[in-house]
Design a protein around this ligand. Structure first.
Ligand SMILES: *[C@@H]1O[C@H](CO)[C@@H](O)[C@H](O)[C@H]1NC(C)=O
Ligand SMILES: *[C@@H]1O[C@H](CO)[C@@H](O)[C@H](O)[C@H]1NC(C)=O
Ligand SMILES: *[C@@H]1O[C@H](CO)[C@@H](O)[C@H](O)[C@H]1NC(C)=O
Ligand SMILES: *[C@@H]1O[C@H](CO)[C@@H](O)[C@H](O)[C@H]1NC(C)=O
Ligand SMILES: *[C@@H]1O[C@H](CO)[C@@H](O)[C@H](O)[C@H]1NC(C)=O
Ligand SMILES: *[C@@H]1O[C@H](CO)[C@@H](O)[C@H](O)[C@H]1NC(C)=O
Length: 301
């Protein structure tokens, strides 16, 4: 059950982080290439936050068991669950998996882009890419869930988790479906993706997608773009089909960027989720955020 991060042709491997200056973001860090895993800490114990049936390995175990590695032919960074050890059903025996957290934390004013080519899906699987405020008890520093779904769900969900008083403003301009507006509830203020292929088999068949999160004093905004917007045409083995549309929905500012490019959000369109500061004082509820990538199995959803 690998989670693969990948290169777009001629592009950077992500996540890439940017900082805002005069409406343009300049790159401050790129996690990519052979040293991808050097800037992350490995959890190294059981899943004692969501109580899945996994033990998150330390770095040596992850490397020696092939649970975290860089694919030599593609350059993709891969994290995966052990799928070969026979695990007897018992409360005390868990399957090995991976949870990694960036050593650095990123404050309000940051932009995070992650380019993913595969996310595991199916019964019991719970993969996620999220961010967590540093050094204080959950959820005092705020949590931002960017990729998070389980089992056979076929759309991604976005959420914030905070102490009471932070809400998704009713008038926010977003394309996603609001499921919950109160960020202090168990599921957080939850917005469901409405674009196709954001999770599950659709995401895999489309070849992945790009997720972006803007952490700004005016609000927290999240976008998703699928790599392939015309999945069905590839099912015609008898035909040559010359597409008359842009194959990818990923904006040119991202797909044509390299690792030194600044980022201008003008061509990004309306975000899927927009948590405006009119409903939630972002500076009050969100500390600098560490990025987290993990895969658990079962657990408390
Ligand atoms: C999880 O376990 C580790 C190691 O025992 C401990 O340091 C950490 O505080 C625990 N986290 C929670 C949320 O209980
Ligand atoms: C485990 O996963 C790897 C990589 O996806 C795959 O090649 C292999 O067939 C899997 N093994 C089993 C026993 O499912
Ligand atoms: C998974 O973990 C739960 C909670 O710790 C436990 O009750 C259950 O028995 C475990 N399942 C397996 C198959 O080990
Ligand atoms: C949303 O409503 C709030 C409170 O009524 C208002 O201050 C804010 O300007 C509105 N925002 C938008 C984007 O309409
Ligand atoms: C961002 O891009 C838009 C559209 O190409 C352009 O009009 C605008 O001037 C750019 N912003 C900056 C600060 O360069
Ligand atoms: C938002 O929170 C910050 C930091 O706690 C505070 O300085 C500011 O006054 C708050 N803004 C509003 C509108 O309450």
């Amino acid at each position: 059950m690998p989670l693969r991060l990948r290169f777009l042709p001629g592009f950077l491997l992500l996540p890439v982080l940017f900082r805002l200056s005069a409406a343009i973001y300049t790159p401050i860090r790129e996690y990519s290439g052979t040293d991808f895993f050097s800037e992350w800490d490995y959890y190294g114990f059981i899943d004692n936050t969501t109580w899945g049936n996994v033990t998150y390995v330390d770095q040596n175990t992850g490397t020696s068991q092939g649970l975290t590695f860089i694919d030599s032919s593609t350059g993709h960074a891969i994290i995966r669950v052990d799928n070969t050890t026979n695990i007897p059903a018992a409360q005390t025996v868990n399957r090995n998996s991976v949870k990694i957290t960036t050593k650095d934390a990123y404050p309000i004013g940051s932009l995070i882009i992650i380019d993913v080519s595969h996310i595991p899906y199916g019964c019991s699987v719970w993969p996620s890419f999220w961010m967590l405020g540093t050094n204080i008890l959950w959820p005092l520093g705020g949590e931002i869930d960017i990729i998070e779904a389980i089992n056979n769900l076929n759309s991604n969900q976005y959420a914030l988790h905070t102490t009471p008083g932070c809400y998704l403003a009713a008038n926010s301009s977003q394309t996603g479906n609001t499921i919950e507006t109160d960020c202090s509830t168990g599921q957080g203020c939850l917005v469901q993706e409405t674009k196709p292929n954001s999770f599950g088999s659709g995401f895999a068949q489309a070849g992945g997608g790009v997720f972006a999160t803007q952490l700004d004093v005016s609000g927290i905004y999240m976008w998703f773009w699928t790599v392939s917007i015309s999945q069905s045409i590839s099912n015609r083995p008898d035909s040559i089909i010359v597409s008359n549309s842009q194959r990818s929905s990923i904006p040119a500012s991202i797909s044509q960027a390299d690792s030194a490019s600044t980022m201008n959000l003008t061509d990004w369109g309306t975000p899927t989720a927009a948590y405006l500061s009119t409903g939630c004082n972002i500076s009050q509820y969100f500390q600098p955020q560490q990025l987290v990538l993990d895969i658990t199995l079962c657990g408390v959803w």
